[in-house]
Design a protein around this ligand. Structure first.
Ligand code: BGC
Length: 757
């Protein structure tokens, strides 16, 4: 049925295309800020097509040409993506997509510019609050569901920013220098599943350059997107990121946002076609995609639709409740009891920090105030300001003293702390990951006084917590959206059992992070020198202590992990175990599977997240948990053949409640994986595969020099064996052995790879 619709649309789009003049076609290549051109043609009208931002809610400008990006219609402000990623809940992300889809429908928006799936490479990244995680697997899983949810409602999703837009500093010109392996295994992996399975209506090309070419006209990136992943939809530039129309169109760009408009774009395209710099067929291919998108949008529009604002607000609360992370709870300080005397302090309790700045900013429909929500649940809740953001030192000292004087009269103190909105926004990176000094001082003084303190943090991404050892309870509420106030209150008073898990590592200090020495680069280039060792992969490989590890998050209940018959079933690609709620309260646990390949003679493979599942268990309930693994679990990107390949070796599986809280382990040996060779494979690597020495001996039988090099690998003299034999590649042999021609190499590669399959 869906297939027929798509075919029908394609045919209509082709008919429309035939009607259009070159100038009309050209006008469809540019978005005028938020909308595409409207065209009257023989087959009726080709409607304009509307966009709006959306990772945290629909940012629909009141007037489409308003330069004030914050003058938007009120909509539900959901928690920020950095927050909802901590839910580790695929179903929730699907539902979130559906909710945003409905809001977009009401606002007559055809495509929502979300999700944003760039990796949190460095804690200073200005848009970290808007991105999901430091891990590409987690990012890809969640973003795919978000896209499916939005598109289930007939509204398009736009996956952004493709690719490697991992910093705000000089984002419009910086060139990210990334080695191929890292690019694929980290930065592109986050996009791959969302593209292949989510099939977003649009992909947005990022501002920056990757390895020497701007993303909007980068042949390598377009090759991967269009050819390897088979993406058929529209590719739009980020705002003002169109650089080279000719190159972009040739490789797969279809829409500039905004680009030249009216007569100017017509003239440009005419020039390019007349000069043969683009063919009419290339132009048609791009325009056709845009027309199909416009037709799809038109077919899905519903006039006069209204969503239920109250229900959407309640859903925003559910997301916040599932996403806030209980980092610490010594001596079960939390949950608070209704009858306890609680002193709430911190300006953020009455003036909440609930979203980040920039294009994801929305005007909340109904903003909750944490203090008011706490007062609804507790009988004795007092408040003192404690600090004023931006206040003078003297003023803050006075506010601190008030709290210190009053604290003795309360059972527990809840400090609301966090980062002011101005510091976390699109457009610039942070300069530090510290809380404002007056907040750190207040927390430290209270612990020194021996008070029973719980800190509630509101920040978009990681911060340093110099007081974390002394404070018994810490709730990371992140940026909780408009209903974050009641969500935090419900967790603090135990009405909701926390179940969020960190989607990023909290390092002890900024300097500990792997990209510290490279970030944000010089005036033109940023080198990704840490390679694949982003976030937890680095801390784990170096056994570096962290403040709170990736995947960490406490509950008010406990879970016991037990092996089922086999933990890892490599044939069915799944992990199975028994999970029991051994505490006295219903709760949710996210079971996480990590895997690490260990191969002698190869550089360290990072430990990586390979699967996860969030489940809810009643007290005493036990359940068999089955976690599907991705085919990529046993694969690595090989630069010599530019493909993902399965690799032999021992795979260590670690299953647990966080990256560091591992409860079950098993080793799996993968021995018989066919090894694909290429012209650049070394003899040493090839002959590690059983039977490969004999195969090469056969292949070289008419090439005596090559045969001699092969035999040297078995020489007693290590210099000969390694340096002269093992390090040679087929390409270097070709230069040395006059009998070995290109055609011989091609045949050897084909023959060995064919035999292996
Ligand atoms: C941002 C995009 C956003 C666009 C439109 C750009 O500055 O990078 O994420 O979708 O503006 O607001």
């Amino acid at each position: 049925m869906e297939h027929q619709k798509v075919n029908g649309r394609k045919q209509t789009a082709e008919k429309i295309l035939k009607d259009l003049s070159l100038l009309e076609k050209a006008s469809l290549l540019s978005q005028i800020v938020w909308e595409t051109t409207e065209i009257h043609h023989m087959h009726g009208e080709l409607d304009k097509f509307l966009l709006a931002d959306g990772p945290a809610g629909i940012r629909r400008l009141k007037e489409y040409f308003d330069k004030d990006i914050y003058n938007t219609k009120p909509s539900t402000c959901y928690p920020s993506p950095g927050t909802y990623a901590s839910s580790w809940n695929r179903e929730l992300l699907f539902e979130l997509g559906q909710h945003m889809g409905r809001e977009a429908r009401q606002e007559e928006v055809d495509t929502v510019l979300a999700p944003a799936v760039n990796i949190k490479r460095n804690p200073l990244g200005g848009r970290n609050f808007e991105y999901y995680s430091e891990d590409p697997y987690l990012t890809g899983e969640l973003a795919t569901e978000f896209i499916k949810g939005i598109q289930r409602e007939g509204i398009g999703a736009c996956l952004k920013h493709f690719a490697a837009n991992n910093q705000e500093t000089r984002r419009m010109n910086i060139c990210a220098e990334i080695d191929e392996e890292t690019l694929h295994e980290v930065y592109l992996t986050a996009f791959e599943k969302p593209v292949r399975e989510g099939c977003p209506r649009m992909v947005m090309a990022a501002y920056n350059q990757v390895n020497g070419e701007y993303c909007a006209s980068n042949p390598m990136l377009f090759g991967i997107l269009r050819k390897k992943w088979g993406y058929e939809g529209v590719v739009v530039t980020d705002c003002y990121a169109a650089h080279d129309l000719e190159k972009g169109l040739r490789h797969g760009l279809t829409l500039q946002m905004p680009g030249e408009s009216g007569a100017r774009i017509g003239e440009r395209v005419l020039e390019l076609v007349n000069a043969g710099q683009i063919t009419e067929a290339e132009l048609d291919a791009a325009v056709l995609r845009n027309i199909e998108m416009a037709l799809e949008a038109k077919a899905n529009r519903v006039q006069g639709y209204e969503y239920d604002r109250e229900k959407h607000h309640a859903f925003a609360r559910r997301i916040a409740e599932e996403s806030m992370v209980l980092l610490k709870n010594d001596g079960r300080l939390l949950p608070l009891k209704k009858e306890e005397h609680i002193l709430v302090t911190g300006e953020l309790a009455v003036n909440p920090r609930f979203q980040g700045g920039g294009s994801s900013h929305v005007n909340p429909w109904k903003l909750e105030i944490p203090l008011e929500e706490l007062k609804k649940l507790g009988t004795h809740v007092g408040y003192l300001q404690g600090y004023r953001i931006g206040g003078s030192r003297a003023e803050n000292e006075m506010l601190h003293q008030e709290v210190l004087d009053a604290a003795g009269g309360y059972d527990k103190i809840v400090v609301f702390a966090g980062i002011p909105e101005l510091i976390e926004s699109e457009g610039y990176d942070r300069s530090s990951i510290q809380l404002p000094q007056e907040q750190n001082d207040l927390i430290t003084m209270l612990t020194e006084q021996g008070q029973r303190v719980a800190v509630v943090l509101a920040n978009g991404s990681v911060i340093e917590m110099p007081w974390r050892e002394q404070v018994p309870a810490i709730l990371e509420s992140y940026l909780g959206g408009e209903a974050g106030g009641s969500a935090a209150a419900a967790i603090l008073f135990g009405k909701v059992n926390p179940s969020g898990k960190l989607a990023e590592t909290f390092p002890i200090c900024l300097e500990d992070n792997p990209s510290h020495l490279y970030f944000p680069g010089n005036t033109s280039t940023v080198v990704y020198g840490e390679g694949r060792f982003v976030g937890y992969k680095y801390y784990d490989a170096l056994h570096k202590p962290v403040a709170f590890p990736f995947g960490h998050g406490l509950s008010y209940t406990e879970f016991e992990y037990q092996k089922a018959d086999t933990l890892v079933d490599k044939e069915r690609l799944q992990v199975r175990l028994m999970l029991r709620n051994s505490g006295s309260q219903e709760g949710k646990e996210t079971v996480q599977v990590y895997v690490q390949r260990k191969v002698h003679q190869e550089s360290i493979y990072p430990k990586k997240l390979a699967g996860f599942k969030k489940v809810c268990l009643k007290p005493g309930e036990e359940q068999e948990i089955c976690i599907p693994l991705d085919a990529r679990t046993f694969m690595h990107y090989r630069t010599d053949c530019q493909e993902w390949n399965m690799g032999n070796g021992t795979y260590e599986f670690l299953v647990g409640s966080s990256m560091q809280d591992i409860r079950l382990e098993e080793r799996v040996i993968i021995g018989e994986v066919p090894y694909q060779i290429s012209e650049d494979s070394t003899i040493g690597d090839m002959i590690r595969v059983p039977g490969m020495y004999e195969k090469l001996e056969e292949a070289f039988k008419n090439h005596p020099v090559s045969l001699e090099f092969l035999r040297m690998t078995r020489d007693e003299d290590p210099l000969k064996a390694i340096s002269m034999g093992s390090l040679m590649t087929l390409r270097t042999l070709k230069r040395t052995d006059g009998t070995l021609l290109d055609s011989d190499i091609e045949e050897i590669v084909r023959w060995i790879n064919g035999q292996n399959n």
